[in-house]
Design a protein around this ligand. Structure first.
Ligand code: SF4
Length: 348
């Protein structure tokens, strides 16, 4: 059962409470290249991204942020590392949310950031990471997860004492177990939680780490926004996040299955599967599509697929919910199967 958190608005997107879990990614180029940044935001949006984060490391970036803001409807979060003045500049330049680590600012600087966000009615994401844990807290608790949670709790109480509760919480760790342990504690605070295993690596390794970390927490009902952090094109992050949510039944989308292939397979299964997957990966329909290596076991192994195809010695068998209904020559099978997918998803 999902843990219900406070509802927060990021531009026109509501997160927390019962709202759908939002997918987040981050541009990986300098925002001063406004056109390229907009192009990346558009591609991520087309892939299913709900919120984009943009690094604002200097005043030129804060100015460019304003130009980007003016040219897209995507909710945009300004990511600030140290300089509170950039948080204020980004807020004044139209950020829909800012992300700060309060541990990098003095209290008076943090007060200025909070006052500015309050005036512009935008939320703040409070981010705490393993690298900035208070050493005394760590020594006392002996646990990095507990230390990060206590640091974050202290910041939350500070924000509340300033009458500001328009907040989203995140704890960053590169360690999967630590991410899960800490977020289980953070979820008790009642504010929306942003999930992700940070600096998770290249695509394969990063998806594994994030799927375990984010997946375990989502299964506990924890998490209101997710980012699969990868050393890759941000579109890959969005696709991976969407796959996690669809796999757990938390988002509409295509469940794609393909068999591992064995000695019974007589087709180029990998390429057929890739082509069909590329065709369906951006559909937001709740359907299950199967690509199987042989007609002997394929339909039976995938009896709950809405639509499937299986290799059959120079031909392909199409099946619906485990029942064969068409046999098509190999040279036209993929095109015909795409038409069947169109027919299924258009009536769905
Ligand atoms: S569907 Fe056929 S080819 Fe694929 S793993 Fe099963 S038996 Fe092997």
């Amino acid at each position: 059962m999902r843990k219900i958190t406070k509802e927060i608005a990021v531009r026109n997107l509501k997160i927390g409470a019962q709202n759908p879990i939002a997918i987040q990614s981050m541009t990986n180029i300098a925002v001063t290249d406004v056109e390229a940044t907009l192009a990346q935001i558009t591609l991520c949006g087309e892939a299913g991204c709900d919120i984009m984060r943009i690094a604002v490391p200097n005043i030129a970036a804060a100015r460019a942020f304003k130009q980007v803001r003016a040219q897209t409807d995507m909710p945009l979060v300004a990511d600030i590392h140290f300089d509170y003045r950039l948080a204020i500049a980004a807020t004044e330049n139209g950020a829909d949310k800012i992300r700060v680590n309060p541990g990098n600012m003095s209290l008076s600087q943090l007060d200025s950031v909070i006052d500015c966000a309050k005036m512009h009615r935008i939320p703040i994401r409070i981010g705490v990471n393993g690298g900035s844990i208070n050493k005394d807290v760590l020594a006392r608790t002996g646990s990095r997860a507990q230390a990060m949670y206590e640091s974050l709790t202290e910041y939350v109480r500070y924000f509340e004492s300033r009458n500001f509760d328009d907040i989203v919480l995140s704890v960053k760790s590169t360690d999967v177990t630590e991410t899960v342990r800490t977020n289980r504690l953070v979820a008790q605070l009642g504010y929306p939680v942003h999930l992700g295993v940070t600096e998770a690596g290249l695509v394969k390794q990063g998806i594994v780490k994030n799927s375990i970390g984010i997946g375990a927490l989502l299964l506990d009902g924890i998490g209101d926004t997710v980012r699969v952090s990868l050393t890759a094109d941000p579109v890959e992050e969005v696709i991976a996040a969407k796959d996690i949510l669809v796999s757990l039944g938390l988002k509409d989308g295509v469940t794609f299955v393909s068999c591992p292939k064995c000695g019974r397979c007589s087709i180029d299964l990998e390429n057929v599967a890739k082509e069909i997957y590329d065709y369906v990966k951006n559909l937001d329909k709740n359907v299950k599509i199967a690509v199987m290596g042989c007609e002997v076991n394929g339909p039976g192994e995938c009896a709950d697929a809405d639509l499937g195809l299986a290799g059959a010695n120079g031909k392909f068998v199409f099946f619906k919910r485990g029942k064969r209904y068409r046999t098509v020559n190999a040279d036209e099978a993929i095109e015909q199967f795409k038409k069947e997918i169109d027919a299924l998803t258009n009536d769905n």
